[in-house]
Design a protein around this ligand. Structure first.
Ligand code: SF4
Length: 189
């Protein structure tokens, strides 16, 4: 566990102060996608933080984008906050996150929880979330409980640790490496 919790240089404090445009030595912003990458693969997060281009011809990436763009198009509106997070808001006020498959449900849940946390801590608005898997016709309600808020904040600290690293974390083979946009950076000889 981080020992700099509540200290001025705690990444969570740094993120909150950056979002409020308060003076900080170094701006620190975290997008929802960064949270998802952190949960999926820390090495993937590091590559993405260096703005390495994602492979849009990768079938898995294309599928994910298409599902996200098409699902629930009539029932939601997209809202950008602080230029950092972009959320989909349903007519009933809940925050929607759409994923093409439940195979990576924890990363999607963490991303959605981060949106709920950001809304609560930065904007001052409490919201519930819904994680939708349209291809499986399944929905899951998500709430920012104390335990989930703790998960989000520990993940923010983890994101900061990864993206401020001088080199990527070592490659650690995962079931979805074959469909990862950075596959060639990890497994080509
Ligand atoms: S190929 Fe695997 S180890 Fe490499 S960045 Fe992607 S998920 Fe991570």
């Amino acid at each position: 566990m981080s020992d700099d919790r509540s200290a001025p240089d705690d990444p969570v404090e740094k993120l909150l102060r950056s979002a409020r445009n308060e003076a900080v030595d170094e701006q620190f912003h975290v997008t929802g996608v960064m949270m998802q990458y952190y949960e999926v693969c820390e090495r993937e997060l590091w590559f993405a933080s260096r703005h390495l281009e994602i492979d849009r011809d990768n079938p898995a990436v294309v599928q994910g984008t298409q599902v996200d763009d098409d699902a629930y198009a009539e029932k939601r509106r997209n809202v950008s906050i602080d230029g950092t997070i972009a959320i989909d808001v349903l007519d009933d006020g809940r925050i929607l996150e759409v994923k093409p498959s439940s195979s990576l449900v924890e990363p999607a849940k963490l991303q959605l929880l981060y949106y709920l946390w950001y809304l609560d801590r930065v904007v001052g608005v409490e919201r519930e979330g819904v994680l939708a898997h349209p291809t499986e016709r399944r929905r899951e309600s998500v709430e920012l409980s104390d335990a989930n808020a703790e998960w989000v904040e520990e993940s923010i600290r983890g994101v900061h640790r990864v993206v401020t690293g001088d080199s990527p974390p070592p490659a650690d083979e995962k079931p979805f490496c074959d469909s990862c946009a950075y596959h060639d950076f990890c497994w080509s000889c």
